[in-house]
Design a protein around this ligand. Sequence first.
Ligand code: C2E
Ligand code: MG
Ligand code: MG
Ligand code: MG
Length: 282
Amino acid sequence: HAKQAGRGTWRFANERLNGLHMPQAQLEVQLRGALERGEFAMHFQPLIELSSGRVRSFEALMRWTSPVLGPVSPADFIAVAETREMMGGLGQWALRESIRQMCAWQAALPGVSVAVNVSATQFAHEHFVAETRAALAEYGGAPGLLTLEVTESAVLVDAAQARQKLLDLRALGVRVALDDFGTGYSSLGQLRSLPVDVLKIDRVFIQDSHTDAAFIQAMISMGHSLGLEVVAEGIEDAATVARLQALHCDLGQGFYFARPQSAGQAVAAMTLNGPPSSLQLS
Ligand code: C2E
Ligand code: MG
Ligand code: MG
Ligand code: MG
């Protein structure tokens, strides 16, 4: 019986651990078939023009609620999906679903744009640009209303090929944002040669912006001198908004304005803040 108790104790300890940090194996099992079972949804968080307070676009963020595990953070399941070659399907679904929603919004919110995250393996896929073009065509989405968010590491795996892909996306009319800027290892020289349109400063810098003011100022100035629009992510209070406005940061995003919400909730929250007509077209 001691052995049984021992095993019971071990399993209990393990389950408690799961709540804090899910083992990859368990996550992987539940992830298989989750898309087909309809367990995913896209949520949307507004990007606010800091000079006017207007909503300019929405970032689409994937949400997974597993019937077994409960809500799982994308930081956890995307890492597993990437290594188990499951990201292709998930990423394609996220892209198409975000474009579908963007198109569905156009009647009520003309010109509303959407930013979609693209993982490293998704971006590296040889048909990525063609699939993006096909998804836009399928729903009748204007390419100029779509921004793809890529990370420095995703575009630096194979810099020459990535550069060509970014040029192809630009030729298609799609905008590209460099996400989590400042956390990667890209040099300023590499950044200069990357055909991107938007720089998103990672929230670790924004949340320390009272101490990192000079650093943030340098990133914003550099972005502007390269002709890029600059977004600050992770804004959680009014003081940070004021600091970023003073530094002429273009757009802001964060819990201070709104949390990521379902498509319906995101739009309802927006119309409370002002009529849809106040939406600035990009
Ligand atoms: P990200 O693209 O940098 O997205 C921003 C993350 O910051 C989101 O976390 C968002 O909920 C969170 N956030 C926004 N404002 C605040 C704030 O004021 N404070 C704090 N503490 N956090 C804030 P989320 O949704 O958990 O996503 C995490 C990451 O997972 C994303 O980082 C992105 O890299 C990835 N991801 C999410 N959805 C997708 C997707 O559809 N496709 C791909 N490839 N990656 C995705
Ligand atoms: Mg992003
Ligand atoms: Mg980011
Ligand atoms: Mg981030």
